[in-house]
Design a protein around this ligand. Sequence first.
Ligand code: G1P
Length: 291
Amino acid sequence: MSYPKIKKAVIPAAGQGTRLLPATKVVPKEMLPIIDVPMIQHIVEEAVRSGVEDVILVTARHKEAIENHFDFNFELEESLDQKHKKDLAEISKSIGRLCNLISIRQKNPLGLGHAVLCAAPVVGNEPFAVLLGDDLIDAEVPCTRQLINIYEKEGHSVVGVMEVPRAEVSKYGIVGGKSIRSRLMEVSHLVEKPAPDAAPSNYAIPGRYVLSPKIFEYLRKTLPGKGGEIQLTDGLELLAKGDRLLAYEFEGTRYDTGDRLGLIDATLAFALKRPDLAPGVRELLRKYLAG
Ligand code: G1P
């Protein structure tokens, strides 16, 4: 049986980013860079490398910089072209060509589940991916592609999971269920940010999902949960019970870029992978570690 191809991704980007104040007072947290590439560009590139064509950004007031980033910037690109700085002009233009960006407002901050539901009129009756902007995942096969491969084979919604220490389960949506085969689990239960002794497992969802459009029916029925917000995790719990939900332990390294140390971790890891920067960064690290 063949299932519909996944061409749409929803990226919730309406949060205030208070974990990274004061940087996020005026600049959307999604625009903070890992070296010279805004975090949201890494996320959109993951979606595009996974086969996504339409990126649906669920946004809020004061987030226009994100939309502008994925558009052309004629003044800049013209002036770079005229100065014969073709390489720089191309860097700018290539971002404008990455995808179709469709943006929709979440007018009230009612939670992640509500943000995903805001995208329903644009997603329509198609399966789609969800990528959260605070989670950067470095993987040979993009994490979203790994989940799409499972969806295209199994025909059921799937969340990406990773094992975390018990002490950290309260930072994540946690899944419980039984193993079907290597790396794949049938989910029977989910809890948003449980206390360590109430967690159904230590498999956490770090912000990657491929969902059937049925999730929208369940999100419409989801009551406010943790923090009084409509949680995506609670909508997924209804989907797991009323339909079917899988969890896939993806391959790759995840960075929590919504957190200061996570941001430094990602910056160092990405810098050390770049041939133009790695030697200089190694030198700097040696200097600071010796000091
Ligand atoms: C959100 C989700 C949570 C998920 C996490 C991943 O929480 O609600 O289920 O595990 O993202 O980063 P947030 O970190 O936005 O509070």
